[in-house]
Design a protein around this ligand. Structure first.
Ligand code: SF4
Length: 624
């Protein structure tokens, strides 16, 4: 669309900027553009909750382009209050497409309002509106109320308004509060919802009539036929995701012995079958409503919509996805799928990241097991393994920072540290790990340890080659060659997130060799796959440089919880293994051209980032 909307919530000033073609070509969009803007505009030392932090809502050149595989996604970028890293969080639904129709590629939000507000962006313009009446409301109510309000102005067209909102968790500055869009879709990780909360920004509503232009229709048509063909030929993208959703992974990952159970004490959950995608599909799915949950323009349709009729778990809504099933299931020793669905509904309504929430409750359960939490702290709650009643109650307490919930709201690392056992936090850079125990997937362990945004499976999904055999199987227990593989996945995924298309296209596999055609068709910009790899590498280096400037990131942060490095997996197909991180880390730094976890001047200059090297040098943070 060539336009960026800038909103200063402190002064109420709204400006419309053009997106320079050079920047669009160099940083592509989505994560790349967001990270570039954030690096240029946010002081890395800033308190994430101060008005000096900024928040970006960014689409990519392929977002909202009909025909592109899975183009409905958008990206939020900010400095995270959970990790203190630069952080991007990616979400699906219809909101990304809605922002394009409203006429913008991105929104930059700065300052902080004194009273709650929401932003209405429509047909190339924006207004800041009063949201005092929405403050305190959950995500679903907020979304409905905004659409109803706009009905007075737009009539039935108000149905086309797409809303991203925060819930009570974001308002209460829970460090892993999500931004929820289209009610059930989450820019979940890293506490972006809390950054909006600190700015008193309750929601953004988007609406409009613009359509992304296609630079070369002939090229575009040719390429999308090819991409759709790839998606159709692969059983996962052609039907597997639609039938079972991401939860199809439960049995696969459990049978590999890497389904983290009871806070990663083991990798085998005996009751995995009961919480599997297959059981979910057979018991709780509403297939009619599922169709409305699928992200805009997506032919794969992994979304879930579930209905639970039994008390006390009554409810309905989007999800649960694989990660949520794990976080409120095996991670807590819980095999009650209905209770998991309930916890998921609540997280969506209150605006919480399900991975960090479920993981942190698992951490609390282990702290309780080990006698680290004084019982009075729990106010009568029996937070033991396999107690979903306790878990659901803890979700409420966290969102409202009530009692022990106030400590859970800080995330597992700060919680475990407070009670003298930081090693029990299953996190990297203070962000909770997701649903794969890396002791049985060495490359995935390296990917976790080196992730610029903290514990994360979607910076480099090494589960694809190591477990699923995509694009081809590699030895999951080997460490040799994993550094190169992790770098390739990290750099290419940075581009996938910048286009922006859904990561699941990688399973087809649609890979970097397929991107130049799509980009040329839509934007007219020409790239080679290797040029795109270099841009991915540049994004990765810029992120790391921000973190170095923020808190001195480097080797000591490129690590894993001690359990994963020192405690051999006790049972199952991964029995006896730990992550052999030291065998991979030096090699990783070598292939990255880094020293001790920090980019060197030579590498930064090679990537055209001399200005970044100069900044690091000024702060004495550039390696010798
Ligand atoms: S595969 Fe799932 S997450 Fe990805 S775009 Fe489609 S519905 Fe959304």
């Amino acid at each position: 669309m060539g336009k960026i909307l800038r909103v200063d919530l402190s002064t109420g000033k709204i400006t419309y900027e053009s997106l320079p073609e050079k920047i669009a070509k160099e940083w592509i969009g989505g994560r790349g553009l967001g990270v570039y803007l954030a690096f240029k505009e946010i002081d890395p030392k800033v308190d994430p909750f101060s008005a000096m932090n900024k928040a970006y809502v960014v689409t990519g050149p392929l977002t909202g382009v009909n025909g592109i595989p899975a183009p409905g996604r958008w990206v939020s970028v900010t400095k995270s209050p959970l990790t203190y890293t630069i952080h991007d969080s990616n979400s699906g639904g219809d909101f990304g497409h809605g922002l394009k129709t409203a006429g913008f590629d991105a929104i930059a939000i700065e300052g902080a309002s004194e009273t709650p507000v929401y932003l209405f962006v429509h047909d190339g313009k924006a207004e800041i509106r009063d949201a005092r009446h929405l403050w305190g409301k959950d995500v679903h109510t907020t979304t409905d109320l905004i659409i109803e309000e706009l009905r007075k102005e737009l009539g039935d067209d108000a149905e086309k308004v797409k809303v991203a909102a925060i819930g009570p968790a974001g308002e209460n500055l829970v460090r892993f509060a999500a931004i929820m869009n289209d009610k059930n879709r989450a820019a979940g990780r890293g506490g972006h919802g809390a950054v909006w909360g600190s700015k008193k920004l309750k929601a953004i509503a988007v609406y409009g009539h613009e359509t992304p232009k296609i630079a070369d229709m002939g090229k575009f048509r040719e390429v999308i036929v090819e991409m759709m063909d790839k998606l159709k030929k692969n059983p996962t993208t052609a039907g597997g995701l639609l039938k079972y959703g991401t939860a199809v992974l439960v049995n696969i990952i459990n049978s590999a012995g890497i389904f983290p159970t009871r806070n990663f004490q083991t990798g085998v959950f005996p009751d995995a079958e009961k919480i599997s995608g297959e059981v979910l599909a057979d018991t709780l799915m509403d297939w009619e409503k599922q169709k409305t949950e699928i992200c805009w323009g997506c032919p794969m349709g992994c979304a879930r919509y579930t209905v639970v009729k039994d008390s006390p778990w009554t409810g309905e809504g989007g999800g649960p996805e694989y990660e949520t099933i794990w976080a409120f299931g095996a991670q807590q020793g819980n095999a009650n799928l209905k209770a998991i669905a309930k916890a998921n509904f609540l997280c969506n309504e209150l605006g919480l990241d399900t991975i960090s929430m479920g993981n942190t409750i698992g951490c609390l359960m282990e702290l309780v097991e080990k006698g680290k939490i004084p019982p009075e702290k729990l106010r009568g709650l029996k937070a033991k393994w396999g107690t979903p009643e306790a878990a659901v109650e803890l979700v409420w307490r966290t969102a409202y920072r009530s009692g022990i919930g106030d400590e859970l709201a800080e995330g597992s690392y700060r919680l475990a540290k407070k009670y003298g056992a930081p090693e029990l936090s299953m996190s990297v850079r203070m962000q909770e790990l997701p649903a794969y125990d890396p002791r049985g997937a060495q490359g995935h362990g390296l990917a976790y340890a080196t992730s610029n945004r903290g514990g994360c499976h979607v910076r480099a999904y090494l589960i694809a080659p190591e477990i699923l055999g995509i694009p081809q199987k590699v030895d999951r227990f080997a460490t040799k060659g994993k550094a190169e593989l992790v770098k390739e996945f990290q750099d290419v995924t940075a581009i996938t997130d910048s286009l922006v298309i859904c990561l699941f296209t990688q399973l087809a596999p649609i890979w970097v060799e397929d991107y130049p055609g799509m980009l040329e068709g839509v934007t007219g910009f020409k790239y080679t796959p290797d040029e795109l790899r270099k841009i991915g590498e540049k994004i990765w280096n810029l992120e790391r440089a921000f973190n170095v400037l923020s808190y001195g990131d480097g080797r000591e942060y490129d690590t894993l919880p001690p359990r994963l490095l020192n405690e051999p997996m006790p049972e199952g197909p991964t029995k006896g293994h730990v992550v052999r991180l030291n065998e991979m880390l030096d090699e990783y730094y070598k292939v990255r051209g880094w020293k001790d976890g920090r980019p060197t001047r030579a590498k930064l200059e090679e990537l055209g980032l001399r200005w970044v090297a100069d900044l690091l040098e000024q702060e004495n943070l550039l390696p010798e």
